[in-house]
Design a protein around this ligand. Structure first.
Ligand SMILES: [Zn+2]
Ligand SMILES: [Zn+2]
Length: 74
């Protein structure tokens, strides 16, 4: 018996089934909340998510920590 499940409810990183996913900004993987290392809202429209894999990469980690836009001076 083949019971086919929608492939859309599995984490790309750990394979865990979940209902909540985010796309890693850097590797574009769909990751569950356990695989998300951190997330930040850079601007009102831009949200950055970094997975645990990308976090181990120093260069990607730096990119994540660096603000996307320069702080606005008023
Ligand atoms: Zn996962
Ligand atoms: Zn990633």
């Amino acid at each position: 018996m083949s019971l086919k499940k929608a492939p859309s409810n599995k984490c790309d990183r750990c394979g865990k089934e979940d209902y909540y996913f985010e796309i890693c900004t850097y590797c574009k993987k769909k990751v569950c909340k356990y695989c998300i290392k951190s997330s930040a809202t850079a601007t009102k429209t831009e949200r950055r998510v970094i997975c645990k894999d990308c976090w181990t990469n120093k260069r990607t980690q730096k990119k994540f920590q660096k603000p996307a836009v320069a702080p606005v001076r008023i």
